[in-house]
Design a protein around this ligand. Structure first.
Ligand code: GLC
Ligand code: MG
Length: 265
């Protein structure tokens, strides 16, 4: 049994394609076949909240995943009613975390950046019990991130900062990100050998997927990956991470052929 994990926006889903996405259909078919034969579990891992995930699922041809990781790894759903995030995972994330303190620190210390629009809280739907998210202008990020880091450390909060796409800042509990969520699934499903896990992504919040556990996780970076992931790849090249030439689902198919020697017809 394997675990196939993919990010959604600009990795599985190509927003440039408006109509039928042939590569996505082909990949869906291949994955469904393998899942039906008991060969793989399918995991979607997105930065989106459940609300925004549902919007995407209404617009694009997605499968029903065996597990859905939303909000940059801070929520995991196992059944398609998506009623409550997995409580065991929430318990792990709780330790040393206080979202109100995080929000207050940002409000108090970066009032000027907020007034001038350099830093802005994301919409309410994208805030979570374990996620404080902002839009942060790239030219401000370099100066602001180390300062925010120090302020949170001084408050003894156990946190992690993830900056993606030169615009999204996520402040998460120390134990949370997409990679740790997948690690949790590996243990839960008893499929802990990293070489049995394939992960796909395009941006900064996917880096934790490529670096989860040892170096043996099979990675696929889609050809349209953003500079932050390209840079990470250049510093962390390994035999197990494949940088695809094609974009999105087509890039994933290309990577699967490379990793699994799939005969795709
Ligand atoms: C998605 C989420 C947003 C997050 C971003 C990067 O766009 O909606 O809240 O900041 O991913 O992780
Ligand atoms: Mg993405």
């Amino acid at each position: 049994m394997r675990i196939f994990v993919t990010d959604l926006d600009h990795t599985l889903v190509n927003h440039k394609i408006e109509g039928k996405d042939e590569a996505l259909e082909k990949l869906n078919l291949e994955l469904s076949k393998r899942r039906n034969k008991g060969e793989t579990k399918i995991v979607y891992s997105t930065g989106r909240s459940l609300t925004l995930y549902k919007q995407l699922a209404a617009e694009k041809e997605l499968l029903n995943p065996d597990a859905l990781i939303t909000s940059v790894g801070t929520e995991i759903y196992f059944d398609s009613s998506y009623e409550t995030p997995d409580p065991e995972w929430s318990d792990i994330l709780k330790r040393g975390w206080n979202r109100d303190d995080v929000a207050e620190i940002i409000n108090k210390n970066f009032a000027e950046e907020i007034v001038t629009g350099k830093l802005k809280f994301q919409p309410k739907s994208e805030q979570g019990l374990f996620k404080v998210s902002c839009f942060l202008k790239e030219e401000t990020a370099e100066r602001l991130l180390p300062k925010l880091n120090d302020l949170l450390e001084n408050k003894n909060i156990k946190f992690k900062l993830i900056y993606s796409g030169s615009k999204d800042l996520d402040v998460l509990p120390e134990n949370a990100d997409k990679g740790s969520a997948v690690k949790y699934l590996q243990e839960k499903w008893n499929i802990s050998a990293d070489e049995k896990t394939v992960v796909c992504g395009d941006s900064g919040n996917d880096i934790s997927l490529f670096s989860l556990g040892g170096e043996r996780v099979r990675g696929i970076i889609v050809g349209n990956a953003l500079p932050e992931l390209r840079e990470w790849y250049n510093n962390n090249k390994s035999d197990y991470i494949y940088y695809a030439k094609s974009s999105c689902a087509e890039g994933i198919l290309e990577g699967l052929t490379h990793h699994l020697n799939l005969k795709l017809t």
